[in-house]
Design a binder for this molecule. Structure first.
Ligand code: ZN
Ligand code: ZN
Length: 188
């Protein structure tokens, strides 16, 4: 994601000062692990920047409409994302030990640049990623693809599902402990 730079100016000079910060990002695709997500309307963010003393707090919402591929049937899957942005940009590197660092994830803050700039890109990006579901479905009850013939079961009823169901029902009956009873010759 490209830089999304805002400058901390006089409007944020004093503790408690706030400004609103809205914007549109013309991002058409977002690569997330092995997925390619289409963003036909880009991303929109609506944030409030607050001078919180030690730094600038950026809070608000990131929205996007996503077109992806259903994990079950490979049809297009569309959904809206509304991710919460909550990021703290410090004026100065904190004293060692004041803030606990997570060794794996690195420091839990960002720094305001020497030119008083804040780059919102990472915060917006993670707000987006947090809200993209791990499993993407075209609809909650997507029927998926027939394992026998490969038809999309949302559109076509090829009949294989019913056959498979009957087969597994028969197997279940045959493996039941009572199945043996019907073979007993009670006359002996
Ligand atoms: Zn589907
Ligand atoms: Zn089938």
């Amino acid at each position: 994601m490209d830089h999304v730079v805002v400058y901390v100016d006089d409007r944020l000079a004093d503790v408690g000062d706030t400004i609103s910060c809205e914007g549109h990002l013309d991002i058409t695709t977002y690569e997330l692990s092995d997925r390619s997500l289409e963003l036909p309307h880009g991303m929109d963010y609506d944030l409030v920047l607050t001078n919180a003393g030690e730094g600038i707090l950026a809070t608000g919402i990131l929205r996007a409409h996503v077109v992806a591929t259903c994990d079950r049937c490979l049809d297009p899957a569309e959904f809206d994302v509304a991710g919460e942005v909550d990021e703290y940009y410090l004026f100065h590197e904190p004293d060692v030990g004041v803030m606990e660092e997570d060794e794996e994830e690195g420091p839990d803050y960002s720094l305001i640049g020497p030119d008083s700039s804040i780059d919102l890109a990472d915060a917006l990006s993670s707000a987006f990623v947090m809200e993209v579901p791990f499993v993407i479905l075209c609809k909650e009850d997507c029927a998926g693809i027939c394992p026998v013939c490969g038809e999309n079961l949302n559109h076509v009823d090829c009949g294989h599902a019913e056959l498979l169901r009957q087969e597994s029902e028969r197997e279940r009956m045959e493996s039941s402990p009572f199945a043996a009873l019907k073979d007993l010759n009670l006359d002996n």
